[in-house]
Ligand binder design. Structure first.
Ligand SMILES: [Zn+2]
Length: 220
């Protein structure tokens, strides 16, 4: 059962481990792949130095995603600085051709604006933008619809809007499941979601595995 976003290696399940670039280890168990980026809460005026370090580390083949990064209007430095740092991550994801794992709190208008910008640039250059996955999504179905029509995907933790989860499930777009910063086992999340959607855990496990779809390029 794939754990799309975690801070801990708690079991043998495959996962995308979010690591601080300062703590990155030379190697990890085979089932562990990495996401690295500057969390919006950690963005300071010196974000450029941090992004430089992230850029070097993100070349590693076991780094599968850029993030988590993003925008937060409730916590962190002022939004203009967060936007600059986030734009640098978008550029990095495009340069390295790796998907983005996004944290977004009350900044969906800005997020949609940036996605439109990227899509316009990519259209001019005749290429596809990298997929963006919003993690820990708790929004209502309307908001899910809005971001999904812009080519973004969603990942759910143990708290979510049940109507949204059902909507995404029936939309036939991929979605992912995660433990985030909790110490819950990923099995717990899959069991809860399977119950809510009335499907088998094994079916859910196939459905929410990003390795053949989102990470097809990273996982040949
Ligand atoms: Zn987050």
């Amino acid at each position: 059962m794939y754990n799309f976003h975690t801070y801990y290696i708690t079991d043998e399940e495959p996962c995308l481990l979010n690591v601080d670039v300062a703590d990155i280890q030379p190697s990890y168990p085979e089932q562990v792949k990495l996401s690295i980026g500057l969390h919006p809460w950690k963005v300071t005026e010196d974000w450029r130095d941090e992004v430089k370090t992230i850029r070097d580390a993100a070349q590693r083949t076991d780094v599968w995603a850029i993030g988590e990064c993003g925008l937060d209007k409730v916590k962190g430095v002022e939004l203009s600085v967060q936007l600059e740092a986030f734009r640098a991550h978008i550029a990095l994801a495009e340069e390295l051709q790796k998907p983005m794992l996004i944290h977004c709190v009350r900044a969906f208008d800005e997020l949609l604006m940036l996605r439109r910008e990227l899509e316009a640039t990519c259209r001019q250059e005749g290429r596809e933008p990298q997929p963006w996955v919003i993690h820990g999504f708790r929004g209502k179905p309307e908001q899910a619809k809005q971001v999904m029509t812009k080519g973004m995907l969603l990942s759910f933790g143990h708290q979510y809007n049940l109507e949204t989860l059902r909507f995404v499930f029936t939309s036939s777009r991929p979605f992912y499941l995660e433990t985030d910063d909790s110490r819950l086992s990923v099995l717990h999340i899959y069991e809860q979601v399977a119950r809510h959607l009335d499907v088998d855990v094994s079916r859910l496990s196939r459905l929410c595995d990003p390795r053949k779809t989102l990470f097809a390029r990273q996982n040949p």
